[in-house]
Ligand binder design. Structure first.
Ligand code: PEP
Length: 261
C-alpha cells in the first residue's frame, strides 16, 4: 500500500441480512472498530437496499464514522424501470460509495461493459464514488487472457470519465474464481494485477490519476490473509464479501495493520 493513498476496506453484504440484522451488525462492528482504525482506514458498508435507511440513521444517530455504500444502482435518473433504484435516491440517503460492475451483476444479470460505464458516470454525476469491479474467470486466467480481460473492462468502464474523476475513484480487482470460493489470489498475483490496473489507468487517464486512484483486491479476503495482501504496494484496500457479515472478522480485516505478516 502506497503511503499517499488512504486504505479503503469495503464490506459487500450482498443479498444477506434484513434491516434488524443489519442494524445489529453495524452496531457490533462499531464496538469492534477503534478510533485509531477509522483514523487510518476508510470503511464502507454496502447493505441491501431495504437496509440502507436503517443503517444510515444508525450511523448518523450513533455517530459511527463508516461510509454508507450501495451494491448497485440504475444508470437512468428516473422512469419506467420496475424494481430499479436511481443514483439520486442513493445520494439523498447519504450513500457515498456505489459498487458498479460486480462480477455477480455482470454474470448473473448480464450487465455489459457499456451499462457498467453508464452506471459509473451516473454515480459520479450524483457526487458519489463508484467502486468499479473488474476481474477474469479461471478459464481466462488459465488461457493467459487475464490482463486482456481486465484491460478491456477498465477501458470500457472508464470511457468518457475525466481524469480528475478517475483519480477519486476506487477500482476493485476481483478475480472471479476467488469470489466466495475460499481460494484467494496469492499476494504476488494480486499485486501484479493491481499494478496492471494502475498501468491501464495511467495509459487512459494519465499518471496523476493512476497514482491517486485506489485499487482494492477482492476475492476471499479473510483476517488471515488481509495483512499480506494489504502490504503490497499497489493494493490500497479490500472488497470483502463473506467475511464482512460477521463483525469480529470484518474488524480484524480493517485492523490489518496490527497483524504480523
Ligand atoms: C465480493 O463480494 O466482492 C467478494 C469478494 O466476496 P468474498 O469476499 O466472499 O469472496
Amino acid at each position: 500500500m502506497a503511503a499517499n493513498r488512504r486504505p479503503i476496506i469495503s464490506g459487500n453484504w450482498k443479498m444477506n441480512l434484513n434491516h434488524f440484522e443489519a442494524l445489529k451488525l453495524v452496531q457490533e462492528l462499531s464496538y469492534e472498530v477503534t478510533r485509531d482504525d477509522v483514523d487510518a482506514v476508510d470503511i464502507s458498508v454496502h447493505p441491501p437496499f431495504t437496509d440502507l435507511r436503517t443503517v444510515q440513521t444508525t450511523l448518523d444517530s450513533d455517530k459511527i464514522p463508516f461510509f454508507l455504500g450501495a451494491q448497485h444502482c440504475h444508470s437512468e435518473a428516473s422512469g419506467a424501470f420496475t424494481g430499479e433504484v436511481a443514483p439520486s435516491m442513493l445520494a439523498k440517503l447519504g450513500v457515498r460509495f456505489v459498487i458498479a460492475g460486480h462480477s455477480e451483476r455482470r454474470e448473473i444479470f448480464g450487465e455489459s461493459d457499456e451499462l457498467v460505464n453508464a452506471k459509473v458516470r451516473a454515480i459520479l454525476a450524483n457526487d458519489m464514488t463508484p467502486i468499479l469491479c473488474v476481474g477474469e474467470t479461471l478459464e481466462e486466467r488459465q488461457a493467459g487472457d487475464a490482463e486482456t480481460k481486465v484491460e478491456a473492462q477498465l477501458k470500457a468502464g472508464l470511457a468518457r470519465v475525466k481524469a480528475e474523476q478517475v483519480a477519486d475513484m476506487v477500482i476493485a480487482y476481483e478475480p472471479i474464481w476467488a469470489i466466495g470460493t475460499g481460494q484467494t489470489a496469492s499476494a504476488d498475483d494480486a499485486q501484479a494485477m493491481c499494478a496492471y490496473v494502475r498501468s491501464v489507468v495511467a495509459d487512459k487517464s494519465g499518471t496523476d490519476a493512476a497514482d491517486m486512484v485506489r485499487v482494492q483486491y477482492g476475492g476471499s479476503v479473510k483476517p488471515i490473509n488481509a495483512a499480506e495482501l494489504m502490504s503490497q504496494p499497489d493494493i490500497d484496500g479490500a472488497l470483502v464479501g463473506g467475511a464482512s457479515l460477521e463483525a469480529a472478522s470484518f474488524a480484524r480485516i480493517i485492523q490489518f495493520r496490527l497483524h504480523d505478516l
